[in-house]
Write a protein that binds this ligand. Structure first.
Ligand SMILES: Nc1ncnc2c1ncn2[C@@H]1O[C@H](COP(=O)(O)OP(=O)(O)OP(=O)(O)O)[C@@H](O)[C@H]1O
Length: 710
């Protein structure tokens, strides 16, 4: 291991300990924080020692030194770009400063996050710092889950939730401050917010950004102005500033604890093996402290997990034990929660994570980070037919990601980051990832914008989406009958947008209402919309799991199979205790978290139907045909016909030749046509979530679709 041995300070530009503004040292206006804690709005700040300790921790954060100056800047400016090192305290402190200083008036302070795990864990931390219970003064809102109430003033939410709120409140009038955090990730939804906030600022605050105090006061008196703060540790601040009419850029200097970074002398093509060696080198040579390892995906995590266990079992008994905790989205909740648990004595916890743990979160105990420099990236390969598929590819990370990963060490004390790539490789990395708007499907965004009376192709974005993706999105909306031939939103399109679902699944629900099987389709769609998969795919138990789950199999395919599994779970849930339910799920290799989430989603979808006076009860019983027919309507662009070879399928509205995934309930059946939820690209293009459909469905496609593809 070649130690380049510098402390992480990859960002260029002048900074001072505390704050600097637009690159210049902010001499004269840096003030020491008078106090770090204390809520201003009726929260129950008790005198417990835990709370006192949390308040002392707040005062020790680097950002606390510039608290007053920061408040002043936000007070005097409509838009602020805030750049501060990882761990400096931006995400937890800025909303509290805004609240405590009263800048935001009586409105809610929204803090957006790209990932739900960040939104929920940050809300819990800030609630504790305010001495209140979660859901009171501080809450969160993520898709299908909200813990907030009438007293909530700071709300951590996923960027998607705030975009959704635009539909019911286009000027986001409930919010007096909107903090867009981790803006460097450039998720599609964050980019949409950044665009929309520009118009919202004009409408709520008046023309042009307000840069001086007097103007700020004048607007505050005249209506319901909003403060916008764009934050990140690794951001192209100038670009954001330019977008918002050269708004102020503030820099927070300093991390609470240093992180020492090491690079390898040579590249490590076998990064899993290199990780294993580095881990045991740390384990043998370095003082106690937990290790966080970043790997691209589940397969590498499972393989490394096994190797570590094997080596750890051979360690001398007088050595510290090694405890491994995998962390990826599809993992059951109990296992995910392990990363936040305290480590038993004389044990080194070792978390093997995807980039789900890369930004925002603080994992107690982590002192060492091993960064393989790889991640998986979803890319939508669009087709001019409106079809296309998402491919998950292993790629090099960006400089931004590398810095965020290193930033997960050094949150409670001095940290170390071991990068399994050379310093030259780091220097050669792209600064930040390509914005999602330029590489994922735009269908949902285009529909939401249509509802707001706007066209995605006309909007002012930080980076414009590709014309090809826009066309693909608009064609999909047309195929779903969400827009008409003149590209105007239809009533059906408006109804689709009202559901917290992808437009194709919302379309299937609306079709199911017509076909008398909404109950079933809502159940299926609820499982499909959960964050994790229903069926565990643990590689070394794959065959046992498939055998156990055979009883849920339905001859028509995976959608009805999902329904069978959900129904069986509900039967168990109706009679058994929580523990028995859990055990039942474990034995069936079913993810209970998915089932619990699906039940919540189902309730929300039923409530959405009721709000729109749509009946969700079913008339069709024990008949899969209307169910698959309804799903087909939503998944029409995901349909494929059996080829003469009898094993592969050709997309009806695309050019790809695909196979049914071996894990599918109908993998060994010969069926004339299929619909599928997604395509995954490995050595072949595989369709996952597959159901058989009669060819007749394809023939029945409405004439407007036929004319479109002619
Ligand atoms: N859940 C938590 N448990 C313990 N300490 C925490 C927790 N959340 C935050 N902290 C402490 O507060 C510090 C600041 O966290 P915060 O998330 O505000 O930083 P940040 O500047 O937003 O970092 P990042 O850019 O990495 O998100 C952390 O370094 C850690 O010391």
């Amino acid at each position: 291991m070649d130690a380049s041995d510098e402390e992480q300070d990859d960002r260029k530009g002048p900074k001072v300990n505390g704050l600097a503004v637009n690159g210049a040292h902010a001499n004269g206006w840096i003030q020491k924080s008078k106090r770090g804690g204390g809520a201003s709005s009726g929260s129950s700040v008790g005198g417990s020692s835990k709370l006192r300790e949390l308040q002392a921790q707040r005062r020790r954060l680097p950002i606390a030194q510039g608290r007053e100056a920061l408040i002043e800047q936000i007070r005097n400016n409509d838009v602020t770009v805030l750049l501060g090192e990882t761990g400096s305290g931006k995400t937890t402190q800025v909303p509290q400063y805004i609240l405590e200083s009263g800048i935001a008036g009586p409105g809610i302070i929204a803090v957006t996050q790209p990932r739900r795990v960040a939104a929920t864990s940050l809300a819990a931390r800030v609630a504790a710092e305010q001495g209140t219970t979660l859901g009171g003064l501080v809450g969160y809102s993520v898709r299908f889950d909200e813990v907030a109430g009438p007293d909530t003033r700071i709300k951590y939410m996923t960027d998607g939730m705030l975009v959704r709120e635009l539909l019911s409140d286009p000027l986001l009038t409930r919010y007096s401050a909107i903090i867009v955090d981790e803006a460097h990730e450039r998720t599609l939804r964050t980019d949409l917010l950044i665009t929309k906030l520009k118009t919202i600022l004009k409408k709520r605050n008046g023309d042009g950004p307000l840069k001086n105090k007097d103007k700020g006061k004048a607007t505050a008196m005249s209506g319901n102005p909003v403060k916008v703060i764009i934050m990140s540790a690794t951001l192209d601040a100038e670009k954001f500033s330019k977008f918002y009419d050269d708004c102020k850029i503030l820099y927070v200097k300093g991390r609470q604890h240093p992180v020492k970074i090491y690079h390898t002398a040579e590249g490590q093509p076998d990064y899993v093996d290199a990780t294993l060696r580095t881990l045991f080198q740390i384990h043998v040579d370095q003082p106690p402290g937990d290790v966080l390892i970043f790997l691209p995906g589940q397969e590498d995590i499972e393989s490394l997990h096994k190797s570590i266990q094997l080596y750890a079992s051979r360690l001398p008994l007088d050595k510290m034990a090694v405890l491994t905790c995998p962390m990826f989205a599809a993992l059951p909740p109990a296992q995910q929660a392990k990363i936040f648990q305290t480590t038993p004595p004389n044990t080194r916890k070792c978390i093997l994570a995807t980039n789900i743990a890369e930004t925002s979160i603080t994992i107690p105990g982590i002192k060492y980070v091993i960064d393989t420099g790889k991640h998986k990236e979803k890319r939508h390969l669009a087709h001019d037919t409106g079809s296309g598929f998402d491919a998950l590819l292993t790629r090099d990370i960006t400089k931004s990601s590398a810095m965020q990963r290193a930033g997960r060490a050094g949150r409670e004390g001095k940290g170390f980051c071991f990068r399994l790539y050379t310093e030259e490789a780091f220097e050669a990395m792209a600064v930040s990832s390509e914005p999602e708007i330029r590489r994922t499907s735009l269908t949902s965004a285009a529909l939401q914008l249509k509802c707001l009376g706007e066209d995605i192709e006309d909007l002012d974005f930080l980076d414009r989406p590709d014309l090809e993706s826009i066309i693909s999105a608009l064609k999909t909306l047309y195929f779903l009958n969400a827009v008409d031939k003149s590209n105007r939103i239809t009533d059906a399109g408006r109804s689709m947008a009202a559901f917290p679902l992808e437009p194709n699944l919302a379309c299937a629900v609306l079709e199911a209402v017509k076909n008398g099987c909404a109950l079933e389709v809502i159940d299926i769609v609820s499982v499909l919309s959960s964050t994790s998969k229903l069926f565990f795919d643990i590689s070394d138990e794959r065959e046992v799991a498939a055998e156990v789950r055979r009883k849920f199999r339905h001859r028509s395919g995976d959608h009805m199979t999902i329904l069978n599994a959900l129904r069986s779970y509900q039967d168990v849930a109706a009679t058994e205790s929580k523990a028995a339910r859990k055990e039942w799920c474990r034995k069936q290799y079913l993810n209970e978290r998915t089932l619990l989430e699906a039940v919540k989603i189902r309730d929300q979808l039923r409530a959405t139907c009721e709000k729109m006076s749509i009946g969700w009860q079913s008339s069709a019983q024990d008949d899969e045909r209307p169910v698959t027919k309804s799903l087909f309507r939503g998944l029409v662009l995901h349909s494929a016909l059996l080829q003469p070879d009898g094993t592969t399928f050709k997309q009806v509205y695309g050019r790809s030749v695909i196979k049914i995934h071996p894990g599918s309930a109908i993998a060994d059946q010969k069926v004339p046509a299929i619909i599928y939820d997604e395509l995954v690209y490995t050595n072949h293009i595989y369709a996952r979530g597959v159901s058989a459909i009669p060819k007749a469905f394809l023939a029945e496609i409405s004439t407007h679709i036929k004319s479109q593809i002619a």
